[in-house]
Design a protein around this ligand. Structure first.
Ligand code: GLY
Length: 362
């Protein structure tokens, strides 16, 4: 087991605990940062069926009173309706500002519960217990909370930091392979942003095994810890995403366009993998990116079962990219790999983005 202390600029410090079989101990971990109180345990039906009892029992053993709210799993649930239902649930169960929310599940549960925590009574404490790869290495860290609007993903949200994050890597064993692989795209991203250890582990694993979960199983705690440390290094001095945190968007501008234009047939991680490969190809074509970087990324992504290209037309991707919330006026900040392990931020006009899509998407 390991603990990372997260100290973000102007925010309360909190710990991320990483280990195996932590769910039966989550009551103990949470009671070390918050006195026993009422807990709204929010989850989805899929994760809830497997882990709710263990988490609830552990909390009750430490003197917490537990109230459970569950909704259908999937991105479609991260909406205004469930957000409203959660707020009413909190009020009906007399949750106050001295109580807490515990989010048990993947990114949808974490984002939705976090946004409810950020806004209910103008903000109450919450704990993240991520149970998917993507939630462990990305969405549970850094305090971005949100719901989706009809117009797009994550368009309504707030920055609100948890008081603790508990990553029990054994929960990844019950994930469908495609959901496990989804998070590996974000792990590759941390490698491309400079974490050499991650790239070494991924390359060694690909060389020996084709199933990414089985290959990475012996390294899960290490790779989750490395990923979180890398993410924190980009967030700590830029919590509100105006500068350095934007590096975490590597592959995401084209990735979000792929998700949107495919009507979410491509998952987030799949789309990010396509986005990273596309921007590396475009970077090579324009002379910004060292030749060979795109090939390296393609091999890595394919080696863990992720796609590297799409047949969606450039026009459709371009139209989808225009609705991206990262666009500021007529400019978009793109993260472009300079070489393996080094990226840079480049501001491009929306017209230039069309050209980049032409060069990178195949
Ligand atoms: N997922 C990117 C970020 O948290 O900034």
């Amino acid at each position: 087991m390991s603990t990372i202390s997260v100290k973000l600029e102007s925010e309360q410090e909190y710990n991320v605990t990483i280990g195996t079989d932590l769910l039966p101990k989550c009551g103990e971990i949470i009671s070390s940062v918050h006195a026993p109180c009422r807990v709204a345990l929010i989850t989805d039906f899929t994760v809830g069926a497997i882990y709710t009892n263990t988490v609830a029992d552990s909390l009750k053993k430490e003197g917490f009173e537990v109230f459970i709210f569950a909704f259908y799993a999937g991105e479609a649930s991260k909406n205004m309706e469930n957000y409203g239902k959660i707020l009413e649930f909190l009020a009906d169960n007399e949750i106050t500002r001295s109580d807490i929310i515990v989010a048990l599940g993947g990114g949808v549960v974490g984002d939705l519960s976090g946004f409810a925590a950020a806004t209910y009574m103008r903000g109450i404490p919450y704990v993240q217990i991520p149970t998917t790869t993507i939630a462990m290495v990305d969405s549970s860290i850094g305090g971005k909370t949100s719901i989706d609007l009809e117009a797009g993903k994550n368009l309504c949200g707030a920055f609100w930091q948890p008081i603790a994050v508990i990553c029990s890597v054994d929960t990844l064993s019950t994930l469908e392979k495609r959901y496990f692989d989804d998070g590996v795209a974000e792990i590759i991203k941390y490698g491309m942003l400079g974490n050499e250890k991650i790239l070494r582990i991924l390359n060694d694993c690909i060389a020996t095994q084709s199933n990414s979960y089985h290959a990475l199983k012996p390294f899960l705690e290490e790779i989750v810890e490395e990923s979180i440390n890398t993410k924190i290094s980009f967030v700590e001095s830029d919590v509100h995403d105006n500068g350095r945190r934007q590096f975490l968007n590597l592959g995401h501008t084209i990735g979000h366009a792929v998700e949107h234009a495919s009507r979410y047939a491509f998952s987030h991680g799949q789309a990010v993998a396509i986005g990273m490969c596309a921007i590396a190809r475009a970077g090579e074509a324009t002379g910004i990116t060292e030749v060979g970087t795109a090939k390296y990324l393609e091999q890595l992504a394919q080696g863990v079962g992720l796609p590297i290209s799409t047949i969606i037309s450039v026009d459709d991707l371009y139209n989808s990219a225009l609705s991206d919330k990262k666009r500021r006026g007529k400019e978009i900040s793109l993260i472009v790999p300079v070489k393996i392990g080094k990226c840079e931020i480049t501001k491009v006009s929306i017209e230039e983005l069309k050209h980049i899509l032409d060069l990178g998407v195949k």
